[in-house]
Design a protein around this ligand. Sequence first.
Ligand code: FES
Ligand code: FE2
Length: 361
Amino acid sequence: MTSSTMIAGAAHTAEAPAASEFREPPREAWYCVKSTGSLAAGAMTSITVLGEQVVLGRMKTGRLFALRDRCPHRGAPLSQGRFDGEAITCPFHGWRFGGDGRCQAMPTLVDGDVADPGQVKVGEFPVCESDGIIWLYMGTGLAAAPPVPALTLAGPALCRVAVSVLVEASYDLCVLSLIDPGHVGYVHNSWWWRPTATAREKVKDFEPLPFGFRMRAHQASTNSRGYRLFGRPQTEVDFLLPGQRIERIRIGERSIINATFATPIDARRTLFTNVLLADLPQLMPLSPVIRWAARAFLRQDQRILELAQQGLERKPTMLLLGQADRLAQWYFRLKRDYAAARHEGKAFSNTLVPERLRWRT
Ligand code: FES
Ligand SMILES: [Fe+2]
């Protein structure tokens, strides 16, 4: 990898996955779709992920399900039907489907009709719940995919805040903003976070992870007011495929996890979900302030990303220069190698090596 990279529609050979595959979010990945608390037992909702409509619901037993939001009879959206906590009734002709997608009843059938409802099935997607987040998987070969990340605190979670913001920008552009040290002082230059005027040179050590890389534990920046609230804590940041940034902040025996997940809604829209978990009792009464700050932070990203998206639509190339853009280069490399491994049916192996990077922010 050179120090200057232009990402454009690169040529590809017959053996390699198509260039378009590098530019699209991986299908073989878990995506954060909702906060656990936002889907009660007996409720269902329509979501779009990777451009496909999915009906996501929770049976009255508590079990989650995710089905293609399209009735196989005439295509009506099942999410517009009725759900009684056990089955969905299609709004068009009343076919009933269980949470496993199998048709249980076709009300118009009479004795002698040659039709077996049990033979009709709506596509089902793996869905799981972990640390208060609902995750959806829409690809094949689940066993070879990056696992759902563990958001484990040292003690029980006493404070939990989750905020989502929809950004009208491509997945790659949004994911790059999670690992872009250069934008912090300009986009997030609020008085309460980091004024631009305080920029200074930083040195960070990185090491590879099975599906990403880690910025090794270091003392948080002195020019970030947000960190200074906690003295100067130790912080460690993981970036994981498909587009996850997980920061773990240690304050003595206590800890904070600040995680941001990018979910591809379609080719031009990406959902950011920010989850903050902490075992610090003093943060409990501050939840409303944390929610406000997290939303303000994501909106700062949303604004600049939507403007940059317009520029990329006029000319779809970008330059990756210097050590501050090395993380972006690593992202494209991980994504390309993961796509190639899946295409060839091989286990993914991360080829990144430990590296020290310097930049000015
Ligand atoms: S379209 Fe669903 S039952 Fe006819
Ligand atoms: Fe940002």
